[in-house]
Structure formats: structure tokens, C-alpha cells
Design a binder for this molecule. Structure first.
Ligand code: GLA
Ligand code: ZN
Length: 719
């Protein structure tokens, strides 16, 4: 019998069949692995996730019912639990106790709260590290980490892997059919340890095996790395070291391969648990959570076999960290970095992602950020959805009264009263649920793309060439310069599919392979605009210097070579623009590639320093497209002017003009378009919209000016 059900948003009754068919279509269109949300939970539930990170393991059992009731009353759909509860689930080796967790799941499920279970490998219990001290990570100075914290383990160590798989297997067996359980988070933030990499003996052995598989012979290894330098020729794989302090810098080729190995080790660690979960829990989705844009490990590799990417997002905490490190930033820098990190998360798998943890209050361990201003938690939630999130979990439910995160505030205060942002979160969830799953699985149209290349990032970290030069900073500056265009930016891999983009930007495209150079050439020939930054095409994939004039494999396409390359240590230099850019000047910060065009048009010239009068920026017509070389490290407004101008030239449409600090993004599905207006500033402002719109939440009609309060967020629908 067809059963009617009311969606949780309480919008309109739909039949179960129509609901499931609709969900499947939407989920299928978004490319998510089926069956995912559409798996009936035995009760009507929208395929939305607006939840909270919950720790029944920190809470007396007598409060679990109350917690579940309050979570449900707040309109939340799900929790993420147990990701740090190894000690409770396996109090001694091979002895498993899941009674408490089953009871908690049962209570949650009765309150219609879906459950994402975490596998607990990020924090092995004391019995384990005492019995198997070899599992400890070794940092970049060669020092072993100690127990007492978390994330102190080696990703390659076989014992740690075996025990991690064992607890994940027991969990999977025990919870594959538990009502309410919908998915898994493997481990927790593998990218965020105290050391970027592990350098232990097990990693060394793993690296040697990885190198053997990659190269096949020692001759090839020695050639790729140029080991004749400093008498490093290896005559046996077992001689290959890891890049620990050694009286001189490591071989750059070896160091780059070590970064790749560590990325592989982390991904394969995840995949061991994934294999078990896929087998035992075929109805559940599987993900893992990370901070999105850090270059510690290659997140594209990390998420390759998982269902979707998940991100942890703490804008206020991040702001505090930046202040603590005395990094000077323009006022909208944090929101731009968060937007960038969301855009990257969406592009990891080119599909909607999830915010596994969203800051909900004061955040920090020993010191903490202030309470988010009224409206800010709502704004962060909208910002995530605006950039492609399909769900958001607030971190965390109740605030811990013990342990290292006593000051990481949640939705409830220490005395279990509601936190200052509690009602705001409730309202936000109600609003977003009202917009429906169609929005959450919609696409994010983008005409521009920014290349993020882990090889270039790692190669530049290994040899920055200028003490202040960093790949991440360059990418951040370029993102910050093109995003105010409000036409959507995707992140792409150098080997990814670029055909959908009118323009592709590649700051500091340091490592270029022959295949990538060919691909870039055909992208431009077919009408694309490709804009590369200084120090591009300098190295091959083994981190060896190219032997032809720079920018190496890109020189012909660019129609220019680099006559000299100059790190700038004194005052900033200046550049004067010409041609289509005439009338502007800009500062040149850390670097000057002095160009010698060979067919390309000069669009900028150095005006200071010993290279005054020499070309700094060139553009070459190739086939139907254009190749631009930005040889100067153009900074600030100058960079925004420059990169924006190229977007215009490529025919990128700007959705509308908005004041600085206001983000405009669009999500689109089935002919419907949602326009997000996000005021990241504390001051009220307004945006002029073209034509008639209505507020998707309040229904209010707008024909011209939309007023935005400080930290306001609005979603508009055309018509
Ligand atoms: C991270 C972790 C959580 C918790 C929060 C707050 O993102 O994933 O376990 O530590 O931060 O510190
Ligand atoms: Zn290790």
C-alpha cells in the first residue's frame, strides 16, 4: 500500500514511492554511489544531513535520552559518533564491548536521528601503544612521538594497521544492520598531525617497496633522482633513506617521491578499513574528514575510493590562529580562505561534499576564539551550502567538561544550558531544510578553474627558492583575486578535464610533465585561455631542472622565454601594464621572471630594478585560444585587476557586482537557480540584483536592491 509521508521540512505530503524515486534521481544526477540516502531507514526522512558531532562516550548514560530528544527538537537529522572511543569499544586486545554504543544508537534512532559512525583509529588506547610501541610516528627531526595525545601513529606500521582494521571490522559486523546507522567516517583528520609526515623505520621500508614498484630498477631510481650528486648512488633498495636531517638538504627528487609515498601510505591506510566496510556494510556510505586545502597529503588520492569528501570548518578558530601567528590579512581574507577550502572540497570528487564538523561556538584548546557574532554561524552554514555542501554537522553537542578540548564549545554549555548560537543554528537548519534536497544536490556552475597541483606544491616546499615563497600562498592570492568575479571557480588537477572552462589559471605551475604540456597546448588551441604564473615549467616530475629555456615545456605555447629569474628581497618592485591592460601599474612582490618574447605580445613591463624596461607579462595567440605568462609576482589590487581582465577576455560572465566582502554564488538544478548572497562583513550593505527575484526562505520579492545586515546570508530564486 502506498503510504503518504510528510517530509521533515513539513512542506507537503509525498508518496513514499515518489519520494524515493525523486531522491534516487537527484542523488544519481549528483553522481553519488547508490544506494546512499535513499536507503530506507524504516522511517520517512529527507536525504538531508544537518546534524551534530555527539559524544555519548563523554556523557552519563542518564542523559542520553534527554540529549536525543533535544537534538531532535533542534531539528537536527543526524549525529556523528564514536570516532574517538576505541578504548571503550576494545578495552583490552580482542575484547570488544559495543553494548553502550548499541544502546546509544537505539535511543538516537527512536528519536529519528540518523547515525554516522566513526572508526576510532585516530586515537589508539594506552594498552595498545604500551604493548606495541613500534606504532608511534617519528617526526621530521627523527624524534618519536609520545602517547597521551592523539594522531601519534605511523600510517605504514602493519601492527597499527592490523589493529585498526580489526576494530573497524568488529564495528562493521556489529552495526551493519543497526537501525539508524547510515554511514561511516574512517579515522579522523589524517592530515592534521603534529608532524606533516612520519619518518619511522616502517615508513622507510614502505618507501623502499614503493620506490621499487614505481621504478622497477635501481638504475632508473638513480637516474630519476640524480644520485651521483654527493655520492648517493644506491646499489640496493634497502639503502634508500627517508629525508631526515643529514648534514645537508635531501635530494629533491627523493624528497618529492617521499611526499608521494606518504600520501599513498595514508590513502592505503584508509582503503584497508574501507574494504571491510564495503564488504560488511554495503548499505552505508563511507567518507573521512579533513581540513580541505592543506598540501600534507594528496586529497584526490585520499578520497578516490570514498563516496564523498568531508571537511571540518572552523573559521573563527582559524582567524584566532592567524592573529596568534601575527599574519597580516585583509578583513575578508578568512572568508575567502574558507570559500576556497569549500571550493576545493567540492572539486576533490566533483560532487557535493559534507561539512563533518562546523564551528558552533568559542573554539580552541588552550586558548579559544570569541563567540561567533550573531549571524555568523548561520552565515558559515550558508557559505558551505553555497559552495556545494550537502550537509553540515555542528561541532559538538555538549561541551566537554574534561579532556584537552574543554574549551571547544558546542551547542550546549558546560552546564548544559543552550549556547548563545543555539537558536540561530536551529533556525538555520529549519531554513535550509525548507529549501529541500534538490538544492543540496544541485551543481555548482563554474566557468573558471584554478589548478591545484600537489607536485608543484611539494616541490616548492622542498626548495622554496625564496624564503617567503609558498605555493599555497600563491594559490590563495590568485583565488582571492578571481573569486570576487562571482562567476564560480573550480579547482582542477593538472591532469583533470578542463573542457568545461573558459579560462584556467595556474599560479606557480612549477612541475610540468610532457603529457600535461601537451594537454595545456590542446586546451589553448581549442579556445581556452591559460594563465600561468612565474616560475612555471621549471622542473620535471622527478624534480630535476628542465634543460631548455624556461618556461621549459611551456615556452613554445607561451611564445616567450625567461631571460632571467630574480628573487626580490628588498623593496617591492613595480610593473607597468600595456596593451589591453594599459593604464595600470602594480607592485611586484617576491619574484620577477624577466621575459624575452618570441612572438607573444607584451602586456606588462618592469619599471624598477636592474631589469626596468624588460617584459614582465606576455600573451600569445595560439589556435583559437590564448596563453598568458605572468612573470611578475603581481600583488594586491593589481593582481585582481590583471586576472579579472583575463576572465573578461575569456568571456566569463560575472553574475553581478557586489561590494567587497560579499560573496555571490550560484547553485543550479533542473532549470532552477539559487543565488546566494553572503555578507562576510559585520557592517550592513546591499546588493543590486538584475530583474525579479524572491527570497527562497521568506518568499519576499526583490526587484532591485537587496539589503544585507552584517553577517547576513540570503538565497534568492529568479522570478
Ligand atoms: C577537529 C577534530 C575534532 C576536534 C575538533 C575541535 O577538527 O576532528 O576531533 O578535535 O577539531 O578541536
Ligand atoms: Zn612511519
Amino acid at each position: 500500500m502506498e503510504q503518504d509521508l510528510v517530509t521533515e521540512a513539513g512542506v507537503r505530503p509525498v508518496s513514499r514511492r515518489a519520494f524515493i524515486e525523486g531522491s534516487l534521481a537527484v542523488v544519481g544526477a549528483a553522481g553519488l554511489q547508490l544506494p546512499l540516502w535513499a536507503q530506507p531507514l524504516g522511517r520517512p526522512v529527507l536525504p538531508l544531513l544537518f546534524g551534530v558531532d555527539y559524544y555519548p562516550d563523554h556523557t552519563p548514560e542518564s542523559l542520553w535520552e534527554e540529549d536525543a530528544r533535544m537534538i531532535a527538537d533542534a531539528g537536527l537529522t543526524n549525529v556523528r559518533i564514536a570516532e574517538f572511543a576505541w578504548g571503550l569499544m576494545e578495552p583490552s586486545e580482542g575484547k570488544f564491548e559495543f553494548g553502550w554504543l548499541k544502546k546509544s544508537c537505539d535511543i538516537l534512532n527512536k528519536n529519528k536521528i540518523a547515525i554516522i559512525l566513526g572508526t576510532p583509529s585516530a586515537a589508539p588506547p594506552p594498552w595498545l601503544s604500551k604493548k606495541y610501541p613500534e606504532i608511534m610516528e617519528v617526526d621530521e627531526k627523527g624524534q618519536k612521538l609520545h602517547t597521551g595525545g592523539r594522531r601519534f601513529t605511523c600510517p605504514s606500521n602493519k601492527t597499527y594497521r592490523r589493529l585498526s582494521v580489526a576494530i573497524a571490522t568488529e564495528m562493521a559486523k556489529n552495526f551493519s544492520d543497526t537501525p539508524g546507522v547510515i554511514g561511516w567516517q574512517i579515522d579522523n583528520e589524517m592530515t592534521l598531525g603534529s608532524s606533516r609526515r612520519c619518518y619511522c623505520d616502517y615508513c622507510q621500508q614502505g618507501f623502499q617497496d614503493w620506490v621499487r614498484t614505481k621504478y622497477g630498477s635501481l638504475d632508473k631510481v638513480n637516474q630519476a633522482w640524480g644520485t651521483v650528486f654527493w655520492s648517493q648512488t644506491y646499489t640496493d633498495f634497502s639503502q634508500i633513506p627517508v629525508p631526515l636531517p643529514s648534514g645537508g638538504d635531501p635530494n629533491p627528487g627523493l624528497a618529492l617521491d617521499y611526499d608521494r609515498y606518504q600520501s599513498y601510505a595514508n590513502a592505503s591506510f584508509i582503503e584497508e578499513q574501507l574494504a571491510v566496510l564495503r564488504k560488511l556494510c554495503p548499505k552505508h556510505f563511507v567518507t573521512t574528514n579533513n581540513v580541505s586545502l592543506l598540501d600534507v597529503i594528496d586529497l584526490r588520492e585520499h578520497y578516490a575510493k570514498l563516496d564523498f569528501a568531508s571537511l571540518d570548518n572552523y573559521p573563527g578558530f582559524f582567524d584566532m590562529l592567524m592573529r596568534e601567528s601575527k599574519v597580516e590579512m585583509p578583513p575578508d581574507a578568512i572568508s575567502a580562505m574558507i570559500a576556497m577550502s569549500h571550493d576545493f572540497a567540492r572539486c576533490i570528487k566533483r560532487k557535493p561534499f559534507m561539512i563533518m564538523e562546523e564551528q558552533s561556538g568559542k573554539a580552541g584548546q588552550k586558548t579559544f576564539s570569541p563567540q561567533p557574532a550573531p549571524g555568523q554561524v548561520r552565515l558559515w552554514t550558508y557559505q558551505a551550502v553555497a559552495h556545494g555542501a550537502m550537509g553540515v554537522n555542528y561541532f559538538r553537542w555538549d561541551t566537554a567538561t574534561f579532556g584537552a578540548e574543554e574549551y571547544w564549545h558546542g551547542m550546549l554549555n558546560h552546564d548544559r544550558s543552550k549556547s548563545p548560537a543555539f537558536e540561530e543554528m536551529k533556525q538555520t537548519v529549519r531554513e535550509l531544510k525548507g529549501l529541500g534536497q534538490e538544492l543540496l544536490y544541485s551543481e555548482y556552475p563554474a566557468e573558471m578553474a584554478l589548478v591545484f597541483d600537489y607536485n608543484s606544491s611539494w616541490a616548492v616546499s622542498i626548495q622554496p627558492q625564496h624564503f617567503a615563497l609558498s605555493y599555497m600562498n600563491q594559490v590563495t592570492a590568485w583565488y582571492g583575486s578571481i573569486s570576487p568575479n562571482h562567476s564560480g571557480v573550480d579547482f582542477v588537477a593538472p591532469d583533470g578535464d578542463w573542457s568545461a572552462y573558459k579560462i584556467v589559471y595556474a599560479p606557480l605551475a612549477h612541475v610540468i610533465t610532457a603529457a600535461q604540456a601537451e594537454k595545456i597546448k590542446s586546451y589553448v588551441q581549442n579556445g581556452g585561455v591559460f594563465v600561468a604564473g612565474f616560475r612555471s615549467g621549471v622542473k620535471n616530475e622527478s624534480s630535476q631542472m628542465v634543460k631548455t629555456p624556461l618556461p621549459g615545456l611551456l615556452a613554445e605555447l607561451m611564445g616567450t622565454t625567461v631571460e632571467d629569474y630574480v628573487p626580490i628581497y628588498g623593496a617591492k618592485q613595480s610593473v607597468k601594464f600595456a596593451g589591453m591592460l594599459a593604464g595600470w601599474a602594480a607592485e611586484c612582490g617576491l619574484w620577477a621572471d624577466v621575459l624575452k618574447p618570441n612572438g607573444a605580445e607584451v602586456l606588462g613591463t618592469y619599471t624598477t630594478g636592474s631589469y626596468a624596461g624588460k617584459p614582465a607579462i606576455t600573451m600569445n595567440n595560439v589556435g583559437k585560444g590564448k596563453a598568458v605568462y605572468v612573470g611578475a609576482d603581481v600583488t594586491g589590487e593589481g593582481l585582481a585587476n590583471l586576472l579579472g581582465k583575463f576572465a573578461g577576455m575569456a568571456g566569463v560572465k560575472q553574475s553581478l557586482q557586489a561590494p567587497r566582502g560579499v560573496e555571490v554564488t550560484v547553485r543550479r538544478a533542473g532549470g532552477k537557480e539559487w543565488m546566494f548572497l553572503l555578507n562576510n562583513g559585520a557592517e550592513a550593505t546591499s546588493v543590486t540584483v538584475p530583474g525579479g527575484f524572491r527570497d527562497a526562505v521568506s518568499g519576499k520579492a526583490y526587484s532591485e536592491k537587496v539589503e544585507l545586515k552584517g553577517f547576513d546570508a540570503r538565497v534568492l530564486l529568479a522570478g
